[in-house]
Every structure is written in structure tokens, then in C-alpha cells.
Design a protein around this ligand. Structure first.
Ligand SMILES: Cc1ncc(COP(=O)(O)O)c(C=O)c1O
Length: 400
């Protein structure tokens, strides 16, 4: 027997395999609605103007040989302020520990490793459904996972009572992964009052909330508004964890820029937590790249660039909303008996269509339209020139 004869191919990733299938389709009609990154109305990836200007500003800077701790701490502080709010007690009192991470995925992975290190027998409760990689990240970190109710397939909205029941029925002091905004894949978020109730019950149960914030700004077009869930929990005095990603809201997918942070009781605890996170990083990949975090810090610390970024986020979100409105209107014109209201009720990058795996298959086979098997449609892939084609195809496969 040879060394690796027992190695079998890993199961295909449900998201990356959509792109593979799309790329191998020669049809000129083909449409990739699996992509989770923003595209403009021509279907092209976008480099934000604020990023271009920040890149010019830092060009020639001596960062290539530098792993300076000060620059990293600054980036973490800037990121945390964005999520927690500039004036929040936690930020003012330095009661957080954070490290730069390899984007949102890396941030989740670092937290999962940290959880494993200090609560080896704990489990992570993940919403049903969720971004599929959540299960893989916690599995590979040897932390067990369970799911909690979140989405109601009948209303294509939030199953609030079932969610509250699962939170209540979980053992005290459980870890919960929460999507603070633009839930992936459902596009369904609790409202302010519901977050207040969730936070309240977390307090009673002494659960630990871990927020995976991959889409700040992408739900409403307003960075502050999209952080409301985290602010509610902070106001209620929770010690929480947070993963942040700049892949979508700054279009920095390829740079892998993110941050993981944990709110602590006091500064002394923050120092201890930070040193443990740093040790996990050290053994995994030594240290994170500096160029991406420097771009982000440059934007967040320059009032003009920050304002430009906010405008550009709004432009992206307005386009996604416009496409939702057009898709809904076109489907209503084709079939006014069915309800398409949920298309515009859901928010963010994804429209969770409720299409069955059979219907998804037919869209792929007969119309060359590609999406994940669960019927998740990336609104980023929908443009003025393909929205009619998409609506007609959905109408065809859902027609009774
Ligand atoms: C909910 C959620 N978390 C984390 C990520 C990770 O994103 P990235 O690693 O590109 O920042 C994604 C990306 O699709 C996501 O949807």
C-alpha cells in the first residue's frame, strides 16, 4: 500500500462547485448566481474608488518587510470601532482583545480554535440554514455543532418564536453564532425589537454570542444601522465575540482582510485573550499580511475617504435593491397568483428563493442559470440586462 492510497477526493464545496460548473458551460446565455461578491450592472467586479485612493496614499510605504505591532493594533481598533461604535464603553475602556484575521473565514476559524482551547467540551449553535462553511470551520476546529431554528420556509421569513424557544432550551452558557445583518443565505434579519428580546434571553441564559459580520453595510447601505444587533448586545453588557470581513463592503475579497475580536471584563483580561489569539495565529501562519489592513485603516482614518466609502457602499446596496424590485415586478407581471413579496423583504447580497433542488437543476440544465442547490440567488449576479431572462426562467420552472 502506498502512502496516500487511502486518500479519497473530498466532497465538493457547495459554493465553489457552482462556479466550476458555470465555467465549464459553453453557452453564451449562462448566468452565475452563485458568486458571493459584488458585481456592477455590467456583471463586472468593482474596485472601489476609496480603495484606489487609499492604495495611492500608501504606495511606497515601507510595509513589505514590516510586521509592526502598532499598525496591527491600529487596524484592530479601527475595525472594532466600526462594529462596536466609536464611543462605546468597550472601545473607550480598551475592554476588547482582537487580532487581524484572514478575512471573515479566518476570523471565524481563530474564534473556533480559541473556543476549542478554553471550552473544549462546548458546542457552537449555528442557525439553520447558515453559510455552509460555518459547519466545516467548527468541525475542523474539533468543536461540535448544533443548529437552531431561524428561517421559516413557508413565509420565507424569520421563525422568531422557534428561534427564541431554541435559545431558551439550549443548555445555559452555550455558544451561539449569530449573523448580525444580511443573513447568508436567507437575507432574513431580526428587527431591532427582536434583537432586544434575543439579547435579553441571552442574558438570562448566560449564553455567549459570537457575531459573524461579513456584510456590514450591505443590508441597509448604512454601516451604523447594520451594526445595530451588536450595539444592542453591548448596551446590555454582554461579553461577545465578533468576526469582521472587508471582502464585500470594501471589495477586498482577494486581499483577505478581517478581524476577530472578543469583549472582555477588563483590560487585564483583554491582554490575556489577545496573547492567546496571537499564539494561535503564530502556530498557524505566523502573522497576517499588512497591505490589506493598511488599506482599511487608511480609509477609516481619512474623513474624505471614509465618506467616499460610505457613498460607494450605498451605491452597491441601491443596485442590489433595484434588482430585487425589478425581479419581483417582472415575476408579478408573469404570475400574479404567486407571492413574490419576499424578494424585496429579504435584504443583502442574497435572495433565498425557496426553489427546490429539482427547480434549481432545471434552471441549470435548460436555462444555464447557476446557483447553489438550496435555491440561493446572489443578487450581485443579477443585472439590468439579465433580470428579465432570470424572471422568465424562474417563472417557467415554477409554473404548475
Ligand atoms: C456569513 C459569512 N461569514 C463569513 C464569510 C467569509 O467571507 P470572507 O472570508 O471572504 O471574508 C462569508 C462569505 O461568504 C459569509 O457569508
Amino acid at each position: 500500500m502506498g502512502w496516500w492510497d487511502h486518500v479519497l477526493p473530498a466532497p465538493k464545496d457547495p459554493i465553489t462547485s457552482v462556479t466550476e460548473a458555470f465555467l465549464s458551460d459553453p453557452s453564451p446565455l449562462k448566468l452565475n448566481l452563485g458568486v458571493g461578491a459584488y458585481r456592477d450592472d455590467k456583471g463586472e467586479p468593482v474596485t472601489l474608488e476609496c480603495v484606489r485612493r487609499a492604495a495611492e496614499k500608501i504606495s511606497g510605504c515601507q510595509f513589505l518587510e514590516s510586521t509592526k505591532a502598532a499598525a496591527k493594533s491600529k487596524f484592530v481598533e479601527d475595525s472594532v470601532k466600526l462594529a462596536y461604535g466609536n464611543d462605546f464603553n468597550v472601545v473607550r475602556e480598551g475592554r476588547f482583545a482582537g487580532v487581524p484575521a484572514l478575512s471573515g473565514t479566518g476570523a471565524c476559524r481563530l474564534f473556533a480554535q480559541f473556543q476549542r482551547r478554553f471550552y473544549p467540551d462546548s458546542r457552537m449553535f449555528i442557525p439553520m440554514p447558515s453559510w455552509s462553511n460555518h459547519h466545516d470551520i467548527w468541525r475542523d476546529s474539533q468543536v461540535c455543532t448544533s443548529t437552531y431554528h431561524y428561517y421559516d420556509p413557508d413565509t420565507k421569513g424569520l421563525q422568531f418564536q422557534a428561534l427564541m424557544n431554541d435559545i431558551k432550551n439550549a443548555p445555559d452558557c452555550s455558544f451561539f453564532l449569530l449573523h448580525p445583518c444580511a443573513h447568508n443565505p436567507t437575507g432574513v434579519d431580526p428587527n431591532y425589537e427582536q434583537w432586544k428580546e434575543v439579547s435579553h434571553i441571552f442574558k438570562i441564559k448566560n449564553h455567549f454570542p459570537f457575531f459573524d459580520m461579513a456584510y456590514q453595510g450591505i443590508a441597509s447601505g448604512d454601516l451604523e444601522r447594520d451594526a445595530i444587533a451588536i450595539r444592542v448586545f453591548l448596551e446590555d453588557g454582554h461579553l461577545l465575540g465578533c468576526a469582521q470581513s472587508f471582502s464585500k463592503n470594501m471589495g477586498l475579497y482577494g486581499h483577505r482582510v478581517g478581524c476577530v475580536s472578543i469583549v472582555s471584563r477588563d483590560e487585564k483580561q483583554a491582554t490575556a485573550i489577545k496573547s492567546q489569539l496571537q499564539q494561535i495565529v503564530r502556530a498557524m501562519y505566523s502573522s497576517s499580511p499588512v497591505h490589506g489592513p493598511l488599506l482599511v485603516s487608511t480609509i477609516l482614518n481619512d474623513a474624505d475617504l471614509k465618506a467616499l466609502w460610505e457613498e460607494e457602499v450605498k451605491v452597491m446596496v441601491d443596485r442590489l435593491i433595484r434588482m430585487r424590485i425589478t425581479l419581483r415586478r417582472t415575476l408579478e407581471e408573469l404570475n400574479s397568483f404567486a407571492s413574490w413579496e419576499h424578494i424585496t423583504k429579504q435584504v443583502g447580497m442574497f435572495y433565498f428563493s425557496g426553489l427546490s433542488p429539482k427547480e434549481v437543476d432545471r434552471l441549470q440544465r435548460d436555462f444555464h442559470i447557476y446557483m447553489t442547490n438550496d435555491g440561493r440567488i446572489s443578487m450581485a449576479g443579477v443585472t439590468s440586462s439579465n433580470v428579465d431572462y432570470l424572471a422568465n426562467a424562474i417563472h417557467e420552472v415554477t409554473k404548475v
